[in-house]
Write a protein that binds this ligand. Sequence first.
Ligand SMILES: [Mg+2]
Length: 353
Amino acid sequence: MRPMTNPPLLSPSPFPLLLRLLHLSRAPRRRNPTTGRAPTCTSRDRLPLLLPAAMSSASNTAPHSVVADPTTLARKIADIRAAGPTKLQVIADFDGTLTRYWYDGARGQSSHGLLRQGNEEYDAKREALYQHYHPIEICPDIPLSEKAKLMEEWWEKTHGLLIEGGLTYEAITKSVSDAAIAFREGVVELFEYLEEREIPVLVFSAGLADIIEEVFRQKLHKTFKNIKVVSNRMVFNEEGRLIAFKGKTIHVLNKNEHALDMAAPVHGNPGDPNGSMDDYSLVKKRTNVLLLGDHIGDLGMSDGLNYDNRIAVGFLNANIEKSLKDYSSAFDIVYLNDAPMHGVVQLVSELCP
Ligand SMILES: [Mg+2]
């Protein structure tokens, strides 16, 4: 694991990020995002800006975030700040966004991948489905509509195997306890800051809500009343055995705010098993969005929402050299190298001081 230090979370000056962005937008030189060296070409329009490390990551030496268009970002920050916290909502992906990509030097597990059904035959059957469908998922040549059908097929077969194989809630608890999964450093501070200001956080996932909530319980050791998990939700019988899934299937290609309408009601928190759809109408009135994701497809999470301003933050965890250009044009800010959440905490502190 890369060693991390704890930089100050909140800057003492009133608009440090905004001022830095305005300053950077006039800066004459930029460094190469992957090497940190000065660029050899002079095109200012094509190279993204690197924010100083002090505001973007735990490192004091290497830049760890990239902003391609600081002027637009500065405008969005000013607009969202002016509208106030009652207009803001946060929409976050779970795996690789709230959680770390690396765990103890190896690839961390996803909320789906960590599940051990307690039935090897069925674990193997789910793995076989993964081997068949994952290449389809990442194949750029399959038309989206066809791919969406195949993804739905994959998810439904997987859910069927979980029921048929007799998944218990106990197996979920144990899987999470054994899992190589951890939240990014600074996630708790982020949630606390947002909770204090009553800013809702929708955690969108094509995984399994029950697992994600168990990860929250076991790894954060606290609950937040402003966080809703929108994902595939299980129904257990009295013996704690899975018997069904609620609502329509949420898979990788329909993970957006339309899912709010089709998903099962979400738990407000583990003590609020019925949740409330009223929350959604309130969420839809919050027209400024801070979106957090680790794939360009995560930008679709705000589809279905008529937002005024959206700041999209992307975590580029791997293949940085290959993907940075696409990420820096898709996201307003890109954090590199499995960065902690501190930069986002600072951003939020400036959006809603
Ligand atoms: Mg993800």
